[in-house]
Design a protein around this ligand. Structure first.
Ligand code: ZN
Ligand code: ZN
Ligand code: FE
Length: 755
């Protein structure tokens, strides 16, 4: 008989907090192997005594039958110093940073549990069924190590049947912390018409009745409350809009299955794997057929998602129903509600009935939103299902708190070589959201045993996050907004060198005091040089322009034509009082409340207003979204432009005005404008390559949420021989600013350069 060798297997990828160790344990037992399995910061380490042949089969089996929520990137093995193991065991995490990797994101209910929900006596239609491979995680975890007592499951005492599964290593519910059944676990309560209903089958029947009668129901989800109604029922959807005070932004829709989505939207393989992934995000798809008109309000895309909680499955089974609108349960800009009492009081005016359950949500998390571009999943909003998966960096970021931006805030903490980005927080200017922000920072401090020694913020002196950072009285580093954008993308790819950085977004404070947003940098993680940018243009009215894009259109026209543009018969001007136009031009002349900006977002605003698509905006970024939606993709033409020390759009605007005079279709103008931006960017980047001998281009900033722009620019740059880096793991918008701040802060700290 051949002698056994001790092998060390190192598995990297998403293998932590997803039931990987019990899986390895069971597999090792079935092979009769002795050894250990252990979580480390950067992966799972297995030690086993066996022969080379069996090892290969064992590894093959790991690949084939790994847990649903895991993703294996690398499996390596090597022979190590022989050790005489007597059995196979799971090594408990010892250090905090190892325990951190135990905090899994929330996982959609698995097929085996859905099957159990039809068969297991104590779990028939039990809507809190879960196992090692599925169920709530991050949203219920209060502290480490990840044990039931440290989750919001702690008030529920396991019944003997559940305990048996929980303690039996051969069971698929072995150490599934939220394990529960109808005898011992949480339960739903439906508050409807003065009645309290607790029986699940009755609840489902009542919900169906409510939806079929144009009603709106507040439903407690995994990371917060949602408002739901029949997505094909215009009466219900428009009522929801009015009651929720949400005028323009499209609603997300939950469909029963991929087949159900197919009726209303197009999707490719990458989009379907995003839809069906255990993270179950909202995926932005091209619409095929309209639901109730008020769902998307004229946009040609739809945010679609699939059921992820057992309750969703029960609902769709019983409803045999059309899709459901499922939107955050909040009042306008406030954070999504998690508290039962608050839901009952605050959501009752919006919802006709409220469905709660008696397990608390500890960490609030909205639904995540993705968009597939160039066959890669991109994140628009990173929250449930993604948080708190850390990003592994090549250098130490320990003890650094990066406080993020202001409008689309997430913060980020550093633990050794890992960056942990918070869930989507929102707009800090909203008082309740600011409360959510400070509360979540405290929760992260506790959960991840995090004590900040350095705080990093934006350069903007008035961001509430910057002020928060100041109040901490720690060593404080400030990072320019667009440098943070580029650095956040570099961190994703572990780039630590000089690159060409292109950052397009709505607004960010520049080091000259102007508002930046159309920026070309030569930069590394430590510093940046602004080598080019979009030409400055006055932003008359300051922040008002985001609600009134026509102001930007007028600003560009006034700069190029003087007051002559008033006589050009431009249709968008019909919506605007001539005296406000005169006042605005006067303000520009006198530089009254007209800061200068190089923002790409404002440029898109100006064009969207000029072609009369969106002179007034009802929600954040509506103008660029409408402009993108208008593109005629068959059009290859573009407008002229000028690249000098800055990039001027005067010629572009003159051509657009001409096109308008000649009644060229809006769809064609929009396509030509987008093609112009793509070409300008490519030409500007080529110039920088020639001068600086750099070939890596990093794209970041909210403007790259524009699918047409990102797709075509990425491809064009690649064709020109560039190595192009774009966001996949974190959002390209301000949701990843904190990650960029963190890595720049770490570099500056280690260089002892602080400001
Ligand atoms: Zn399961
Ligand atoms: Zn039980
Ligand atoms: Fe930004």
């Amino acid at each position: 008989m051949k002698k056994d060798i001790t092998f060390k297997i190192n598995i990297k990828g998403l293998v932590q907090g997803v039931g990987f160790r019990p899986f390895i344990y069971r597999l090792a037992l079935s092979y009769n192997l002795n050894g250990t399995v252990e979580n480390r910061n950067d992966g799972v380490i297995i030690l086993v005594n066996t022969s080379q042949d069996i090892l290969k089969r064992f590894i093959e089996d790991i690949r084939l039958s790994a847990p649903l929520a895991s993703h294996i990137e690398i499996i390596e093995y090597e022979a190590v110093k022989p050790f005489d193991f007597k059995s196979f065991s799971i090594v408990k995490s010892s250090s905090v940073s190892e325990q951190i990797t135990d905090v899994s994101p929330d996982i959609a209910v698995c097929d085996e549990c859905l099957a159990d929900m039809k068969m297991q006596a104590n779990r028939i239609d039990y809507p809190f069924i879960n196992c090692t491979n599925c169920g709530p995680r991050f949203t219920i975890i209060e502290d480490l190590p990840y044990d039931r007592e440290k989750t919001t499951m702690s008030p529920f005492e396991m019944c003997p049947a559940c305990r048996k599964e929980y303690t039996n290593i051969q069971d698929r519910r072995f150490h599934a912390q939220p394990v529960a059944c109808s005898d011992c676990g949480p339960e739903y309560t439906l508050y409807n018409d003065g009645q309290k209903i607790k029986e699940i089958q009755t609840i489902i029947k009542e919900l169906c009745k409510l939806f079929n009668n144009h009603k709106i129901v507040a439903i407690k989800g995994l990371g917060g409350y949602f408002l739901a109604c029949d997505a094909s029922d215009e009466e219900a959807v428009s009522k929801l809009r009015t009651r929720k005070n949400r005028e323009g932004k499209p609603f997300a829709v939950m469909f029963s299955s991929l087949d159900a989505i197919k009726e209303f939207a197009y999707f490719n393989d990458t989009e379907s794997s995003s839809l069906t992934s255990f993270r179950r995000p909202i995926v932005l798809l091209n619409q095929k057929r309209q639901l109730a008109p008020s769902v998307t309000l004229g946009f040609n895309t739809i945010g679609a998602m699939l059921p992820y909680m057992p309750l969703h499955h029960l609902l769709f089974e019983n409803l045999k129903m059309k899709p459901l609108v499922l939107t955050s349960g909040n009042i306008s800009e406030e954070p999504i509600i998690i508290d039962n009492e608050q839901a009952l009081s605050k959501l009752t005016p919006v919802a006709d009935a409220v469905l709660t359950y008696n397990r608390a949500i500890y960490n609030r998390a909205d639904d995540s939103v993705t968009l597939v571009v160039n066959d890669k999943e991109r994140l628009i909003r990173r929250s449930r299902g993604y948080v708190p998966v850390p990003l592994n960096l090549k250098f130490n970021v320990d003890g650094i708190l990066a406080v993020g931006a202001e409008l689309v805030n997430c913060f980020c903490i550093g633990k050794e070589n890992q960056a942990i980005l918070s869930q989507h927080i929102g707009d800090l200017k909203n008082l309740e959201t600011y409360g959510f922000y400070t509360e979540t920072i405290n929760q992260f401090k506790k959960l991840f045993r995090f004590k900040p020694s350095v705080v990093v913020s934006d350069l903007h002196p008035d961001y509430l996050s910057t002020r928060f950072a100041e109040e901490l009285k720690l060593k404080h580093i400030k990072v320019q907004h667009h440098h943070a954008h580029i650095a956040s993308c570099m961190a994703e790819y572990n780039l630590d060198e000089k690159v060409i950085g292109v950052s397009f977004d709505g607004t960010g404070y520049g080091d000259d005091g102007n508002i930046w947003g159309g920026e070309f940098f030569v930069c590394d993680l430590l510093d940046y040089e602004r080598v080019n940018h979009f030409e400055y243009i006055p932003m008359p009215g300051g922040d008002k322009v985001t609600d009134e894009p026509w102001r930007m259109a007028v600003s560009y026209l006034y700069k190029i034509f003087g007051l002559d543009f008033m006589n050009m018969n431009l249709p968008f001007l019909n919506h605007i009082n001539p005296s406000s136009i005169a006042m605005l031009c006067n303000a520009v002349d006198k530089r009254i409340n007209s800061p200068l900006t190089s923002s790409a977002g404002r440029l898109f605003d100006a064009v969207a207003a000029l072609i009369n698509l969106c002179p007034v905006s009802k929600f954040h970024a509506e103008a660029p979204m409408r402009l993108e939606a208008a593109i005629d993709k068959k059009i290859q033409a573009y407008y002229s432009f000028k690249i000098g020390h800055t990039i001027s759009f005067d010629e572009t605007f003159i051509s657009i005005v001409n096109d308008l005079k000649n009644a060229v279709a809006i769809s064609e103008i929009s396509a030509k404008f987008h093609n112009t931006i793509i070409l300008i960017t490519c030409e500007a980047v080529k110039k920088i390559r020639d001068e600086h001998h750099l070939n890596k281009v990093v794209l970041s900033g909210g403007t790259f949420q524009n699918k047409y722009l990102l797709e075509n620019l990425e491809n064009k740059l690649a064709k020109e021989g560039f190595e192009v880096f774009t966001h996949c793991k974190v959002p390209t918008n301000d949701g990843a600013i904190a990650l960029g701040q963190l890595v720049v802060g770490a570099k500056k700290t280690s260089q002892k350069q602080t400001n």
